[in-house]
Design a protein around this ligand. Structure first.
Ligand SMILES: C[S@@+](CC[C@H](N)C(=O)[O-])C[C@H]1O[C@@H](n2cnc3c(N)ncnc32)[C@H](O)[C@@H]1O
Length: 492
């Protein structure tokens, strides 16, 4: 969660120069001017007191940050009506009369249990959304995990494309044919069992509930589908939960990262240099020659596109590039969409950026043998199975297409990188303004991402690319990004 803090500067009351100014004013002005000046000074003094108070509050918040005690709501007071207020409100409700006023007493055991599952926005409940034509719109992290990202690459397609993957697809299709036969009398809720065999978690049996979702005018907008999965055994169920918590935490990290990423990195010199290095526009300081520039009309797959900096840079050149920007995190993708808005397109019929919410470990649905370049800028370290991703990227590349992978390496010294970024911010005169964002970006790297940053060196990355089927390493360096990152490029 982002903490908003007011940054305030000013002179505190008691400042010596202010006192001498006051003396001067007193001897040299008439009574009304003096009164006016005194009023202004009083106002200023009140303002400065307020600044002092806010500074103290700021310090207190800073000290509390990170401590669990400080993270909950403060000053919680039970909300209660006085007897008089209650009677007045109940009297009004009786006059209306509104349903719910004389509801029977709720039995916390029987009534709660009989309610069962509700279409709850619980991140632990696998869920997906269909439009009114039963086309796949979106799904949550829990669904993606339990069902092996099987909707990735199928967005916009009929949900039948997903139902075909079920073990009991015949039963499910036949039942739906009956239950949804009359478009004027659709079920408000549709409940059915589904059976799905996951390569990861084995046979999953789930109760599927599809709830009608109306639009603001009460017309059918689509269907919210929740699943209550049962895994083959307790150990698998626990493993799924652990995986889910890890995934949700990582999602939160990327979302938090997204809030500060651009303001810090785009204000540095070293990050734009890395972007230019990756697209072959810059001669790197060190390294092994220069990557080839990306030619006019090239088709580029930007995997883990983040806030869209590579995609936007390429689109700016107006060289007829077609860029598929694949990104999984909603926070990152929101920024990408707004920054790249002038270049966005929704078909593959010309130059521009296609922003696609999809997991990089499941590139199903991308056109095959279609891209000249694939770029993974600071992304591979975040993938559980980078080789599986590289294989799919290879399938999407044209013959002789090139993959470019950059990222931290075993020898990366984060402190050196962040000192360089700090220097860059100083040169840009933005150190104070970006202090909180800078601290956040550094802390995310030092803490949340630290365990996955130092996975490979150039040779190991080259071997991963070869094991994914790439025929030849075309470029490598271990001195990119202020000397702290590697880049390895390979040809299909
Ligand atoms: C350090 S950022 C780099 C962003 C961007 N490539 C750039 O050059 O600035 C890593 C990005 O990879 C994304 N990412 C991580 N795991 C992913 C996955 N499995 N599928 C898609 N994107 C993923 C994150 O959400 C994040 O936006």
């Amino acid at each position: 969660m982002k903490h908003s803090r007011k940054r305030i500067s000013g002179t505190l009351p008691g400042d010596a120069s202010r006192l001498s100014l006051t003396k001067e004013v007193i001897v040299s002005t008439n009574e009304s001017a003096l009164q006016e000046e005194l009023r202004r000074l009083r106002e200023e003094s009140a303002l400065l007191e307020e600044i002092k108070r806010l500074r103290q509050e700021n310090e207190r918040l800073k000290a509390e940050q990170g401590s669990i005690a400080g993270s909950g709501p403060r000053n919680l007071v039970p909300k209660e009506l006085s007897e008089e207020e209650r009677l007045q409100r109940e009297g009004f409700a009786d006059e209306v009369p509104v349903p719910g006023r004389h509801a029977p007493t709720f039995n916390i055991v029987n009534d709660l249990l009989s309610i069962g599952a509700v279409p709850w926005g619980d991140p632990l409940t696998p869920a997906y959304l269909l439009d009114k034509h039963y086309r796949i719109v979106d799904w949550n992290t829990a669904f993606g995990l339990a069902f092996d990202h099987s909707m990735d690459g199928r967005r916009g397609l009929s949900v039948l494309e997903w139902v075909y993957l079920l073990d009991n697809f015949e039963e499910s299709l036949s039942q739906s044919a009956k239950d949804f036969a009359d478009p004027n009398n659709l079920p408000r809720i549709h409940v059915e069992p589904i059976i799905y065999t996951s390569p990861n978690y084995g046979k999953i049996v789930a109760k599927k509930r599809a709830y009608q979702v109306p639009d603001d005018a009460g017309q059918l907008l689509g269907w919210l589908v929740t699943l209550a999965p049962k895994f083959p055994d307790a150990a698998t169920s626990l493993r799924y939960k652990r995986d889910l918590f890890a995934n949700l935490k990582r999602e939160m990290v990327w979302s938090e990262y997204a809030m500060s990423y651009d303001s810090v990195l785009l204000s540095s010199r070293v990050y734009p240099e890395l972007l230019n290095h990756m697209i072959g526009e810059a001669v790197p300081a060190g390294g092994n020659g220069k990557l080839n520039p990306i030619g006019r009309g090239a088709r580029i797959l930007d995997v883990g596109a983040g806030t869209g900096n590579i995609a936007r840079l390429l689109a700016h050149f107006k060289r007829g590039h077609v860029i598929f920007a694949i990104e999984n995190n909603a926070g990152m993708l929101d920024l990408l969409n707004s920054k790249c808005a002038p270049h966005l397109r929704f078909d593959d019929n010309g130059p521009g950026i296609l922003a696609i919410k999809q997991d990089a470990s499941m590139l199903f649905g991308l056109p095959e043998a279609s891209f000249d370049f694939a770029i993974l800028n600071n992304v591979a370290y975040a993938l559980a199975d980078p080789v599986a991703c590289f294989r799919q990227v290879r399938a999407a590349l044209m013959p002789k297409g090139e993959i470019r992978v950059s990222g931290p390496q075993k020898s990366t010294d984060l402190e050196k990188l962040f000192s360089r970024i700090a220097e860059d911010l100083e040169v840009a005169g933005r150190t104070a303004e970006l202090k909180d964002d800078f601290d956040r970006v550094r802390e995310i790297n030092q803490k949340a991402l630290n365990s996955i940053l130092y996975r490979w060196n150039v040779d190991e990355m080259s071997n991963l690319l070869k094991s994914a089927g790439f025929s030849q390493i075309t470029y490598s360096t271990d001195t990119a990004y202020a000397g702290q990152a590697m880049i390895v490029a390979a040809r299909k």
